[in-house]
Design a protein around this ligand. Sequence first.
Ligand SMILES: [Ca+2]
Ligand SMILES: [Ca+2]
Ligand SMILES: [Ca+2]
Length: 324
Amino acid sequence: MKRYFLIATIIIVFLSESAFSQPVPNVDENIPFLMTFGNKAETSWGDDDFSSTFFFLLPKSHNQPVFIRVYDPDSGGDIDELAGVWDSRTTFSVYGGKGCWSDKAAQGTETTGNYKSGTLLATKTFGEEPRYDKNYYTFGPFNPSEGEYTERWDGNVFKIICEGISGDDGNMYRYFLSTDANSDKPVEGANAFAYEYSFRMHNNPEEVSHIYPFVDDQTVTVRLSNFDWDSDGFIRTVSVARKGQLSPVSAEDVWETSEFKILDAEKNTSLDIQFIKKKTPPIKNNNVVIYVKNQYGQNLEFFTSPIGGVPKYKYSIGVKPVQQ
Ligand SMILES: [Ca+2]
Ligand SMILES: [Ca+2]
Ligand SMILES: [Ca+2]
């Protein structure tokens, strides 16, 4: 309980600093699109399980309806990844209510068990639909009380699951949590998080994408798992106490794992895990998957607005003082 209180306190401080945090992926992540393939795709295209889960967190004080907007929910047109003919169908489903987040299966990365926990509030399936190409579909309105209130995050949580239910094309999309059905109007103090990111890397090798896992005070070790990185560069972790820890990336269609110990100063802060592309030859259309677990095998949350802000290495923390 003490741990929850501490985290809630940190989040309250953080929320008051960050008012505009609802694009998913967010600006600081510099991730072009989330990505989910149809379930007939080869995993070598970069999606391990054809399913992707995101959570939206509303601060307890927010009592107005919200909308979850999906940008480019269809598979077709310019943004998505074609394999043969456009035949992927993708289902987006919004869940709230008891268990939508707190059920342990919802906090995993596997499409097994009761990961579709909670109350189904809305669902819609998209094929190739020019109407939604480079356009939004809006779910909602949802009342905050339709989410699941959680003490750990001191707010109401909604879940959206994106599943590729047929075909073999890749669906690229983004989310926006909005107070308005027809435009992107951020919910003040809201945030979003996931336990696994399936996403598209930039084509430009100069672009660096990021995720920001939150390290709580119980975390001793973190273990990074990444999939189908096509040997595209390397992973670098920066934190308040870590100048740049390198981790290996996976080759095509395989997982790579690596782990490192958490430093005391990193507890209750976010890590900045950076994905740095290979300069030559540039790898194009690279779809990848990543998750991070602690020493108990629990998945760390990646907040789209990192808790405590983007961590900056502080020399005075990272270097032990020299005895005079
Ligand atoms: Ca799409
Ligand atoms: Ca196809
Ligand atoms: Ca890939």
